[in-house]
Design a protein around this ligand. Sequence first.
Ligand code: NAG
Ligand code: NAG
Ligand code: NAG
Ligand code: NAG
Ligand code: NAG
Length: 641
Amino acid sequence: MVVATIAPPELGRNRRWIVSAIVIVVMVSVALNGEGALAQQPLYKDASQPVELRVQDLLSRMTVQEKIGQMTQIERTVATPEVMTQYFIGSVLSGGGSAPEPNAPAAWQDMIDTMQQAALATRLAIPMIYGIDAVHGHNNLYGATVFPHNIGLGCSRDPDLVKRIGAATALEVRATGIPYAFAPCIATCRDPRWGRCYESYSEDTAVVKTMTDIILGLQGDPPNLTAGVPFMADKSKVIGCAKHYVGDGGTFKGINENDTIVDYDTLYKVHMAPYLDAIAKGVSTIMVSYSSWNGERMHANQYLVTQVLKEQLAFRGFIISDWMGVDRLSDPNNPNYTNSVLKSINAGLDMIMVPFDYEAYISGMLSLVNDGEISMERIDDAVTRILRVKFVMGLFEDPSVDRSLTNHLGSQEHRILAREAVRKSLVLLKNGQQGSQALLPLKKNATSILVAGSHADDIGLQCGGWTISWVGAAGNTTIGTTVLDAIKAAVSPTTVVTYEKNPAPGFAAQLKPDYAIVVVGEEPYVETYGDNMELTIPLDGIPTIQNVCAEVKCLVIVISGRPLVIEPYMPQIDALVAAWLPGSEGQGISDVIFGDYDFVGKLSRTWFRTVDQLPMNFGDAVYDPLFPFDFGLTMGTKESL
Ligand SMILES: *[C@@H]1O[C@H](CO)[C@@H](O)[C@H](O)[C@H]1NC(C)=O
Ligand SMILES: *[C@@H]1O[C@H](CO)[C@@H](O)[C@H](O)[C@H]1NC(C)=O
Ligand SMILES: *[C@@H]1O[C@H](CO)[C@@H](O)[C@H](O)[C@H]1NC(C)=O
Ligand SMILES: *[C@@H]1O[C@H](CO)[C@@H](O)[C@H](O)[C@H]1NC(C)=O
Ligand SMILES: *[C@@H]1O[C@H](CO)[C@@H](O)[C@H](O)[C@H]1NC(C)=O
């Protein structure tokens, strides 16, 4: 089943070269600096020593229990100081939506400092690393800037933009004391029925590859060999996590966590290729996918995790499981958790996102090591990788929260960046009926405007899943500007803006607005909850389109995590914009529809006619979309941004 060779990992080879060059540079600088002043201190605590020597020194001092602790990641709700110290816990996370009370910076900072002090109270004082899903900004945090989800960023085709978003996200995450973001998702989503499709930049691997530049924003640029500086001993940066390795976006019918049935060549070219870019750009960690490849679970796939990722692609950071990903390996009718741990660790996973039952995990690990079922060599490989990342990021030198960064959370500067990202992610799909005038740009000085639809005045719907809570929710869930607020701020002071969520037949005809703006779309969802075989517009979106567009000139804006069924309504719709899941800054939409900026977005996905066509991707032999991949109109009003 398994193909023994892969295409030469060109980027992986460069990365190996980079890492060995760093070791040499650092060793030379150590030789020049000499030693003596810190003779009393263990070598691993000496920041002037090369990272690899510090790792080996520390590893040589550790007990098995201390090593297993480093390989353990637990949820914040079980991470009491006693647990942190007693079990030598190496890492803590927030699950989706898991936040201290109140969900405000000081509570996060205090919580993380308390856990860190408990970790540092252990014999060897190894700092813990706290991780969180910051997948479109620091999305668990009330008041953080919420950036567009990846599907929209893919439409921008702008790697520099995502790099700047990465840098802004890193600052907001650090503002709460967190040094580790589980991002980016570099899935190549091949079927929009998948509930995580919006977390994917594109169906096209080439687009996903360029968007890995977000890693440079999150973590900082790869090391400057001339200067020989550590990679990112910088509190304005976080370590990133490329996920979910590999084939998460290729599952059967887009079913979440299901089976990706493709040959190795296709797996490599379509789904694995972006990992070469991520590794070359220095990504520190990689998360394994819940899904399977040809029937074998990725969490137990020794070939793809160890032989390909660690050996052939020369990845030197650490590999983390997904949330309870190990548990999923067990037959639910006859569970044997210890056996699942055995399979995952021997496949090559280094850190396990347990996240609750750390006692079962740790005792299972201890017995597996004692029985010789997991070798000490495997444990040392895992711990070496985890410690390497912790040393390189400067965590030993500076483990405490930097509270001076607090004002970056939801800052004006970041909101302006998010607004730019919204503008660049919009895709204009139709502008005026055949043979008649274009509707866009809309006139700001209209006498009367009708705004309608479920998504016109709702921050929660506009942000989608992974916002404040795991699933996300409708309503005023966080701070931002709705599309309606943005429209009101953009039009002339004399323009009367009427908002009616679901206008009945006759309402628009009676109002006689100059034009209507109808904003409809999907409800928030995540992961398996988002799997959807119908892909129709919910929340009365269709009657609202029909009632309004039958009576007056209308622009329809679709807010969704993927293309939806729209073909039957196209004749009535005068203009159509795909806005994806834009996040907290609705003015990005008003900036473009009123003509201050032109559209630059191009579809990152194929827009299907009917769900029967799925999966259907750019390059397929049979390809008959409503709008093809890369489609996007402009208004011709302004120079491109
Ligand atoms: C790398 O570091 C050297 C020495 O500090 C500096 O002169 C050079 O400009 C740096 N290069 C980059 C690309 O930052
Ligand atoms: C894929 O989904 C089908 C249908 O729900 C299920 O029977 C099967 O077990 C799933 N396969 C995997 C590998 O999860
Ligand atoms: C569970 O798995 C472990 C590790 O493979 C094995 O030693 C043990 O016997 C199994 N337990 C049962 C009840 O099968
Ligand atoms: C409205 O603005 C357009 C250009 O933005 C201008 O051509 C037109 O004269 C204005 N109409 C009124 C009534 O002010
Ligand atoms: C959100 O809050 C604003 C202002 O307080 C209010 O006008 C609006 O109706 C609220 N929206 C929702 C969906 O609750």
